[in-house]
Write a protein that binds this ligand. Structure first.
Ligand code: NAD
Length: 265
């Protein structure tokens, strides 16, 4: 059931082919938003757009590489051609690379910074230009991470990922301040341990490094979550839908945790 009045609004969700992005695209569509489902994976992009359409929603599939400026500009232009405007951008596309900082090579660093940080910059610039031209404000909601606020620690070798997510928090705050005079509110969400393909990858690779069974690393991490269960993509989509709504009209330049109590600050 829809909870917010987003009827007639238009959203782009990047990384919407699976995981948190997929849940967010489905949720915004259920709220009445026309959604551009954008992902680098064409098959998943089409599948999620079809899922939205068959549930009675409105979707457009767009295959995008968020690291390519021209591509991000086309994504916005095609959305406007298709739906007439753009109100909400969700910068969700992201990647993880598992390595201690001492073992992080330049290729890993560059790909993390390109997708996780530059992708947010490029998509936000393209979307904000459109929102400024429209003159009626907008929302930009970034998917950062708890790793955007803390160092993940020795047992979770995600140091370069954390650096890229700290960059997302900084981009959120500065974009929020720069765009506030246009009525464009910019916030980010900081999830904890979400049960998606990304955490399956972390589990597999850390298990291999530690020589422990696959599944045990995720189980260990989940056991430390105060609310007592691993996070689902929909838990993150709930906060994103709220941040897109009129109930969140006095919130900008913030990094909000949605982590089951894992980040008590
Ligand atoms: P996921 O790997 O399931 O989904 C990420 C999506 O991003 C994939 O569909 C992928 O194809 C897409 N993508 C990757 N590179 C892209 C590019 N260059 N252009 C366009 N799309 C691209 O991961 P997820 O867990 O759903 O993560 C979504 C976001 O949430 C990421 O930014 C991630 O860092 C963040 N996050 C995840 C967790 C977690 O525990 N899973 C926690 C905190 C934050």
């Amino acid at each position: 059931m829809p909870r917010y009045e987003l009827d007639g609004q238009v959203a782009i969700v990047t990384g919407a082919g699976r995981g948190i992005g997929r849940a967010t695209a489905l949720r915004l569509a259920r709220e009445g938003t026309s959604v551009t489902v954008a992902d680098i994976d064409e098959a998943n992009t089409n599948q999620v757009a079809e899922e939205i359409e068959s549930a009675g929603g409105t979707a457009h599939a767009y295959t995008v590489d968020v690291t390519d400026r021209a591509d991000t500009e086309r994504m916005v232009a095609e959305t406007v051609d298709r739906f007439g405007r753009l109100d909400i951008l969700v910068n969700n596309a992201g990647i993880a690379v598992i390595a201690s900082l001492m073992d992080t090579d330049e290729a890993a660093w560059d790909s993390l910074m390109n997708v996780n940080a530059k992708g947010v910059l490029l998509c936000s610039q393209a979307a904000a230009r459109q929102m400024i031209d429209q003159g009626s404000g907008g929302r930009i909601i970034n998917n950062a991470s708890g790793a955007g606020k803390i160092a993940p620690g020795r047992s979770t070798p995600l140091g370069a990922y954390a650096a890229s997510k700290h960059a997302v928090v900084a981009l959120t705050k500065q974009f929020g301040l720069e765009l506030s005079s246009h009525g464009i509110l910019v916030n980010c969400v900081c999830p904890g341990i979400v049960d998606t393909s990304m955490w399956d990858l972390i589990d597999r690779e850390v298990a291999q490094l530690e020589g422990v069974p696959v599944g045990s690393v995720k189980a260990r991490a989940a056991a430390g979550i105060p609310v007592g269960r691993i996070q689902q993509p929909e838990d993150v989509a709930n906060l994103i839908a709220y941040l897109a709504s009129s109930d969140a009209s006095y919130i900008t330049a913030q990094a909000l945790n949605v982590s089951g109590g894992m980040l008590p600050y």
